[in-house]
Design a protein. Structure first.
Length: 506
């Protein structure tokens, strides 16, 4: 990633500009609205108030049920660890790997376009379908079947990606170093798209599952999303630590083949470990707690209008959004303009700009992989701080308010991105020793920035979802569709960034 001051990448500019808008949007407290007062005993329970034309909600509330214990909410969120383990491997290793297969660096971001596109389509659709399932229609409930199916898709996808080089050789690839492997690239793309579909099909229903279990209690919703972020941090730590270790091929020697070198074998071994973690955490989530039998919506009572309701809820519901909902969506979109390029090219930036390596030049390949592993180590430190922030996040929100915490975190993120630009400039104008090893000070500065970014990332993974769950609930939408709508604010900016890779990343 060739970063220059005179050609500042759009994600740094976005990080500098949007925090001014974010300050205005988040200056007022963005605390969830208080739940409605309980009905008078032995009196008819009125329907949820809704504006004309909006989707209907439940006509009558069920008797108050016992709250799900926090320890069960913790177990219900554990699948995030397995999903994020694979996601960390995907982020740290696959951008370098796809360049080894022969895709030019400037177009590597186009491969990642499947993530935003699948998020744009899959999460709202899966959220809608899970909202529509009647509690009695599935022995696992309405969220857990999608969580299990998504996890199975992830397992199949990582096997496809990990063995893409071997499958490409079967399809006739020339395995000479430096040659483009068209067959492996095609297999890789199929597995990569399936992996993103599985990620979106799992995480959306899991967040909706947590929102169902918290029953729109603002405090418990924030705690549940903090648990989710905590497990994401744990998965990141395991994933990045796995990606930073270069000796997996010795533990799993069968992964080394004529078409799969040591770095490829390390990636393959890491994905096999990911499947084990994913299966364990998915089982814990699915078996942790029974889903509620009553929900805030009555969608399952009107199966004949599902298609019409889906289109209306997804697109027509925007007209009913209140100002606080739009605040959440706008700030989320601006935030991800900054986050997505960093998440996409963080280890690649370390390998190219700090270690001055390249996956295309045989003489610079070793330095590039050293940088990628150092970047994975930095992301592991990032995840440690992410996990710590997730633990204390509820206390911070109670003390200062969720909106202020979110706003300050976004300003911190922007400052870190500016620091990365400064580090790039310093590294470019510094004379390295003959062996090409970067100065220790530059490496430490890069690791410090990677680590600090863990705090705003934890808040990005938690507060927007808690706010969306509490605010969109009042509009009469199901929690699955609510998470899908918030996901639109995340993936639309990503699509815009990845459609011009030469301008943004070259």
């Amino acid at each position: 990633m060739n970063l220059r001051l005179e050609r500042m990448p759009s994600f740094f500019l976005g990080g500098i500009i949007y925090h001014q808008i974010n300050y205005l949007l988040c200056s007022a407290p963005l605390l969830p609205a208080a739940p409605p007062s309980p009905p008078i005993p032995n009196s008819p329970i009125p329907e949820t108030q809704a504006r004309p034309g909006m989707p209907r909600t439940a006509a009558a509330a069920a008797p108050p049920a016992r709250k799900v214990p926090l320890r069960k909410l913790l177990r219900a969120a554990s699948v995030a660890c397995g999903v994020q383990f694979g996601w960390a491997l995907q982020l740290s290793l696959l951008t370098p790997y796809v360049q080894e297969l022969g895709i030019p660096h400037a177009f590597a971001s186009l491969v990642w376009l499947c993530g935003p596109l699948s998020g744009l389509l899959v999460q709202p659709l899966v959220g809608h379908l899970s909202d529509r399932i009647a509690p009695a229609a599935s022995p696992l409930g309405r969220r857990r079947p999608f969580i299990a199916a998504g996890a199975a898709s992830i397992a199949a996808a990582v096997l496809t990606v990990g063995f893409s080089a071997d499958l490409g050789r079967i399809f006739g690839d020339d395995i000479t170093p430096g040659r483009t492997r068209l067959g492996a690239i095609c297999v890789y793309l199929v597995g990569f798209w399936l992996l993103d579909v599985g990620n979106n099909a799992t995480q959306g229903p899991c967040r909706a599952f947590l929102a169902d279990l918290t029953e729109n209690d603002p405090r418990r919703t924030r705690i549940a999303n903090a648990y989710f972020s905590l497990f994401m941090a744990l998965g990141n730590i395991l994933g990045y630590a796995t990606g930073a270790y270069s000796g997996w091929y010795r533990i799993f020697p069968f992964t080394v083949t004529p078409s799969c070198s040591m770095s490829c074998a390390n990636l393959k071994s890491a994905f096999l470990l990911d499947i084990i973690v994913l299966v364990i955490t998915t089982y814990i989530t699915v078996a942790s707690v029974q889903e509620p039998q009553t929900f805030g919506g009555d969608e399952a009572e009107y199966p004949g209008t599902e298609q019409e309701a889906f289109l209306w809820e997804l697109f027509g519901s925007f007209r009913y959004f209140t100002l606080p909902v739009w605040m959440v969506l706008i700030v989320t979109a601006l935030t991800w303009i900054g986050w997505f390029p960093f998440i996409l090219f963080d280890t690649d930036w370390m390998g190219r700009e700090i270690y001055r390596g390249s996956p295309d030049n045989p003489g610079e390949t070793q330095r590039y992989h050293d940088g990628v592993r150092m970047g994975s180590f930095g992301l592991m430190l990032n995840s440690v701080l992410l996990g710590f922030t997730s633990v204390v996040l509820e206390k911070l929100c109670r003390k200062w308010g969720a909106g202020l915490v979110w706003g300050v975190s976004n300003i911190l993120m922007a400052l870190c991105f500016v620091a990365m630009l400064v580090i790039t400039y310093v590294a470019k104008n510094t004379d390295y020793p003959p062996n090409g090893v970067p100065p220790t000070g530059i490496v430490i500065a890069s690791l410090v920035v990677f680590t600090i970014l863990g705090a705003p990332l934890a808040i990005t993974y938690s507060i927007p979802y808690a706010m969306a769950a509490s605010r969109v609930e009042n509009l009469g939408l199901g929690q699955g569709l609510a998470m899908g709508i918030l996901n639109l604010a995340i993936v639309i900016p990503q699509c815009k960034i990845t459609d011009r890779p030469d301008l943004v990343f070259s």
